[in-house]
Design a protein around this ligand. Structure first.
Ligand code: TXA
Ligand code: MG
Length: 319
């Protein structure tokens, strides 16, 4: 059952409590309704992908009550500080280098070295995030392939029974998603046009490019910066060879000098929560041990397994 919460002190407190305990809550921002989860809880973040039925792990935007709290998790340069000053709270998302050990789960960032951060302009959104006391990862609150929701009824129609609650704040005011600006490169680049216009950004930090102009492919999972391990991966393996490490899934006992099990219990949500961190760790340990490759156990292609397999296939693709 999905609770429908009122936009009042009780509703906000209830939403924050649910978020703090790892549950999923949809709430309004000024752009569209977001499907929120504690960004520091990999299991909760995995729940977002499960609820959306997303076949891929796209990186998620992390939401904060103010710029100071956002900049704890990323390295903000002068451009970032000026844009934050000019447009936050508001429909602008900044992609910045992720600070090591920030506590945001690697699944929320889809294993990237960068993190997208935003301070929403909607007072209720900020109140919920502030009361939750943790960064809130939130994609638009729709099932994969459907339209972004601009009222609570859209969210309920799409996600009822799949999320803990929706906080009803009426229709959103902006109606299109936030503008996403990549500040990890020398030239600021718009990855997604949205609620803040290019000209407005340029008035604050000078020339801003469009990713589309530069021919950068930003389709889900296609970003050039997506993490790929240094060693080749062999998928659907039964066992590792002598020169391979082992990426396991499930209770089967496999002998390998270096191994990581995504979930000994065979739990897809646990596997998703650990996927990127496990790949990083296994890759580094395998290289250190002088191994030549990674053999990966098959992962069932159901529920979150589809997204896990998508990521593994990309990681295994020849480069
Ligand atoms: O207005 C909005 O931004 C809404 C509200 C809920 O805040 N959120 C939203 O999230 O539109 P979503 O997940 O539907 O879209 C986020 C976009 C995705 O296209 C994703 O690829 C991109 O942001 N993104 C997230 N992190 C990124 C990163 N580190 N680098 C590049 N792109 C990133
Ligand atoms: Mg979306």
């Amino acid at each position: 059952m999905t609770e429908v919460l009122r936009d009042d002190a009780d509703g906000i407190a209830r939403a924050a409590l649910l978020l703090r305990t790892g549950r999923l809550v949809a709430f309004a921002t000024e752009t569209v309704y977001g499907l929120g989860a504690d960004a520091t809880d990999g299991d909760a973040v995995a729940g977002i992908y499960a609820a959306k039925g997303r076949p891929q792990f796209n990186p998620l935007i992390c939401h904060f009550p103010d710029a100071a709290q956002a900049f704890v998790h990323v390295i903000a340069d002068e451009r970032a500080r000026r844009l934050a000053e000019a447009f936050w709270p508001g429909p602008l998302t900044l992609v910045l280098p992720r600070r090591a050990g920030s506590g945001v789960s690697s699944l929320a960032a889809a294993g990237l070295a960068s993190l997208a951060v935003r301070v929403p302009g909607h007072a209720t959104a900020r109140a919920v995030i502030e009361a939750a006391g943790v960064p809130i990862a939130a994609p638009s609150a729709n099932r994969s392939g459907r339209l972004s929701p601009t009222c609570a009824a859209h969210v309920h129609g799409d996600l009822a029974g799949r999320i803990a609650a929706v906080l009803d704040s009426g229709p959103t005011s902006v109606g299109v998603e936030s503008t996403i600006v990549d500040l990890t490169t020398a030239t600021a680049t718009i990855l997604r046009p949205g609620g803040v216009a290019r000209e407005a950004l340029e008035a604050v930090i000078g020339p801003v490019g469009y990713a589309a102009d530069a021919g950068i492919i930003i389709a889900p999972g296609m970003m050039r910066s997506h993490y790929a391990p240094s060693l080749p991966i062999r998928l659907d393996a039964v066992a590792p060879s002598e020169s391979e490490s082992w990426l396991g899934f499930g209770p089967a006992v496999v002998a390998a000098p270096v191994m990581v099990n995504l979930s000994a219990a065979g739990d897809l949500r646990e596997a998703a929560a650990h996927l990127f961190e496990a790949l990083h760790r296994l890759d580094a340990a395998s290289v250190a041990a002088g191994l030549a490759g990674i053999a990966a156990a098959p992962v069932p292609h159901e529920g979150l397994g589809a997204a896990i397999n998508d990521r593994l296939r990309r990681a295994a693709a020849p480069r």
